[in-house]
Design a protein around this ligand. Structure first.
Ligand SMILES: *Cc1c(COP(=O)(O)O)cnc(C)c1O
Length: 393
């Protein structure tokens, strides 16, 4: 077993060795520009992109022409929200989203508010679920887009995207979903889910960083997404810039692997996750698991260890890589907005660790992690008791 044990797969996943293997030729012999139409080098690169696009489309039940490559989920989300804001400005100025969304959605919404758009941020219950009745009530004649994530990156709660999609499409409103944590982990067939735009990224599904997709459902008239990056007219004019061919090829291979292995992997990973939680429960009193227990990602466990400080716990066990709050907040140590939204008091927010298991997590690693976490929590609780005593007297 190699240390540290990696249990932070919501932040990023390691590359699958098969993905690396698939990418390598595109860094050397097959270096061509996929937009070069006049020679073999371009054709070879373009063929690699085409295969990858088809594999990613197959994974989510889409057509290849419905996918636009971007630099990642953050860019896809920006393109979806800002592109629709610009494209439907004449029809309305109101967006609906939820308080537990990723910063990429929330900060884009804040930006749009600065441009004069209005945004409703739906609250969630203690398991992280929005209410469909509240969503329905929030819709106004000015509403142009609803954006709800498929799976939460901190607590793993899944949203009923198909139901939300029906609610929106019945009212002629577009639905965007940040499915970054869902794609490749749980089945998602867009033929049966009426969602118009979907964002996701390769590096959360064992592919490389810096490559994402925005899915835009093809319809007549077309969904009016206005490009946010202009230039050579790549990606049907939606996102200019020379394609990152090696990364796209890696994304395609990651999608192929996920499509064939997702089911077995979800069973294996959720069994390990349950073993982790059971192991912790049996050794440590006063712990709580956050999120929707009946309906969450197979690899997620957000655990509150009452009477501890997660930042100190992590410092004390550098051989276990986990996270507190959201790692996407680039090192900012603000209490997680997601855990706060569940109604957790700040001291419990600060006492919470997020475990994200993955394809390469082993039973041996889980056994080791349970032991290390149990001993570290005991030590931390003693320290807190001593500090409290000092403060009281
Ligand atoms: C990681 C993540 C993102 C950002 O993805 P990048 O490709 O790193 O930009 C967005 N949303 C969710 C839910 C995520 O987990």
């Amino acid at each position: 077993m190699k240390l540290p044990v990696y249990l932070d797969n919501h932040a990023t996943t390691p590359l699958d060795p098969r993905v690396v293997e698939a990418m390598l030729p595109y860094f050397s012999d097959r270096f061509g520009n996929a937009a070069s139409r006049q020679h073999e080098f371009g054709w070879v690169a373009e063929a690699g992109v085409n295969v990858a696009r088809q594999r990613i489309a197959d994974l989510i039940g889409a057509e290849p022409s419905e996918l636009t490559f971007t630099s990642g989920a953050t860019e896809s989300i920006n393109l979806a929200l800002k592109g629709i804001a610009e494209g439907l400005r004449g029809r309305g100025n109101h967006f609906i989203t939820a308080v537990t969304e990723h910063r990429a959605v929330l900060d884009t919404c804040r930006r749009l508010e600065g441009y004069g758009f209005q945004v409703t941020y739906l609250p969630v219950d203690s398991a992280g679920r929005i209410s469909l009745a509240e969503l329905e009530d929030a819709i106004t004649p000015k509403t142009i887009l609803v954006s709800i994530m498929a799976a939460n990156n901190e607590i793993g709660t899944l949203a009923p995207i198909a139901e939300i999609g029906r609610l929106c499409s019945d009212r002629g409103i577009l639905l965007h979903s940040d499915a970054t944590q869902a794609v490749g982990r749980i089945p998602l067939d867009l033929r049966n889910i009426p969602v118009d735009l979907v964002s996701f990224t390769a590096h959360k599904m064992y592919g490389p960083k810096g490559i994402g997709v925005l899915y835009i459902r093809s319809r007549r008239p077309p969904t009016p997404v206005v490009p946010q990056i202009d230039g050579g007219g790549h990606e049907r004019g939606l996102r200019s810039g020379t394609l990152n061919v090696p990364a796209i090829v890696g994304f395609g291979e990651a999608a192929r692997i996920s499509a064939t292995e997702m089911e077995a992997e979800a069973r294996q990973v959720s069994a390990l996750r349950d073993a982790l939680v059971e192991g912790l429960r049996s050794r440590i009193p006063g712990i709580r698991v956050n999120g929707d227990q009946g309906n969450r990602l197979p690899n997620n466990a957000s655990v509150t260890f009452e009477g501890t400080r997660a930042d100190r716990v992590m410092m004390d066990m550098k051989d276990i890589a986990v996270s507190s709050g959201s790692a996407c907040s680039t090192g900012l140590q603000e209490p997680s907005h997601v855990l706060r939204a569940l109604g957790l008091p700040d001291q419990d927010v600060r006492a919470t660790l997020r475990f994200g298991l993955g394809r390469f997590t082993t039973a041996e690693e889980i056994t080791y992690a349970v032991g290390r976490i149990a001993e570290t929590i005991k030590k931390e609780r003693k320290r807190m008791e001593v500090e409290d005593a000092v403060h009281v007297h």
